[in-house]
Design a binder for this molecule. Structure first.
Ligand code: SF4
Length: 384
């Protein structure tokens, strides 16, 4: 009876489906976005989260390399690419990539996450060399790199098919593809916000080729800009259908849109309701995804703690050198990192069990727990 009291009459039919392990419909998804009963939505998502993972909450020790911010796509929601009055252009040489990796050589990271702008000056060989440098500097590390839009660009400059580009990248060291590159699978939003980037069907094509070649992939959804509830649900259902077909997605990360320094500055900031609801609805709609992530840099550590009770079972990583979201053009303070000891403390304080994982969600057991003198959890870093 407790479940019924929390979800109320409006959500009770969805509770019945969740309890029976039934797939939710498009209309269910829209209702989950529209209901005022956020706590009820979170409760439903938590049923699924605990059924799959109990109290376990995963995190990874990782480093980000954003190799260039020069980009010819000019997406309206993007604050990262170099522009007049905004970030200065940069392009990392291979030596600079080596230096960035050596800077954290004492950190036992298991994953490098690398994405960048669409910089037409970079030759095909650069991308292969970038991967080789990562593997040379960090043997054994998992390299998650290049969104689908970058894969399309790499194929274009190499004058090869996307499949051939992916084969060459795999040979050079690519281990998986991150999410991103499409933001939301909607032709309307594509036309209005990121018309120069690849279209939804091209993104899906890259994902299918990646799956065929045995690559795992992560999925995302950028929310909180101009998309409708129906477009969000449609995006989730398209991902769910693709996962039925390929089974190659490891995790879904809803990403909140931050309007600072973008062409959409008038759009309100994401709220706690937005962040928690998108995580919870993703958990409920994506019944064939094992993991839902709360990306603490965008959601803040504080919201991430609550999200661990709203469907999220992954708090992302320790993340060094993240540059995609920043405040007030402050590149002097661009490094955003959570020490593993703080990550563990954050998860424990939320009443969950921290589990270090690798990029495939295998659990990593170390001889010693990460240690630092106990510190307070940092305040939200990427939210104005
Ligand atoms: Fe370029 Fe990516 Fe930013 Fe679009 S989102 S402008 S493709 S860096």
């Amino acid at each position: 009876m407790l479940h019924e009291r929390i979800v109320g009459d409006e959500l009770e039919p969805i509770l019945r489906k969740v309890q029976a392990g039934e797939r939710l419909s498009f209309d269910d998804g829209v209702l989950l976005y529209r209901t005022k009963n956020l706590a009820g939505v979170g409760h439903l998502a938590n049923i699924v989260r605990e059924r799959k993972h109990g109290a376990k909450t995963y995190y990874v020790r990782n480093q980000h390399i954003n190799y260039t911010n020069i980009c010819n796509k000019f997406c309206k929601f993007c604050s990262f690419y170099a522009k007049k009055g905004g970030p200065a252009p940069y392009e990392m040489s291979l030596d600079e990539v080596r230096m960035a990796l050596r800077k954290h050589k004492d950190e036992p990271i298991t994953e490098i996450h690398s994405v960048g702008g669409i910089n037409p000056r970079l030759p095909y060989s650069y991308y292969m060399d970038l991967l080789r440098v990562m593997k040379e500097e960090r043997p054994g590390v998992h390299v998650k790199a290049f969104t689908a839009v970058e894969i399309a660009e790499i194929a274009r400059v190499g004058k090869v098919s996307m499949e051939q580009a992916l084969r060459d990248l795999i040979e050079a060291g690519l281990d998986s593809l991150p999410g991103g590159g499409i933001e939301i699978l909607s032709d309307r939003v594509h036309e209005e916000l990121f018309g120069r980037k690849l279209r939804g069907e091209e993104w899906l094509e890259v994902a299918r080729i990646a799956a065929k070649l045995g690559l795992k992939q992560y999925a995302t959804m950028l929310y909180g800009h101009i998309e409708t509830d129906e477009e969000r649900v449609d995006h989730l259902i398209q991902l769910r259908e693709l996962q039925d077909e390929t089974k190659h997605f490891l995790c879904m990360t809803p990403l909140s849109f931050h309007p600072e320094n973008t062409e959409l500055e008038e759009v309100p900031h994401p709220t706690g309701d937005d962040d928690l609801r998108n995580i919870a609805v993703s958990r409920l709609m994506l019944d064939n995804f094992d993991h839902i992530k709360s990306f603490w840099i965008m959601n803040s550590p504080a919201v991430t703690q609550v999200a661990l009770w709203y469907g999220a079972d992954d708090a992302d990583g320790t993340v060094f050198e993240y540059e995609i979201t920043y405040e007030d053009g402050d590149f002097g303070n661009k490094s955003q990192a959570l020490h593993p000891a703080n990550m563990v403390a954050m998860i424990r304080e939320a009443g969950r069990i921290p589990v270090e994982r690798d990029s495939h969600y295998n659990e990593i057991v170390r001889d010693e727990e990460p240690s630092l003198p106990p510190q307070r959890i940092p305040l939200p870093m990427a939210r104005a």
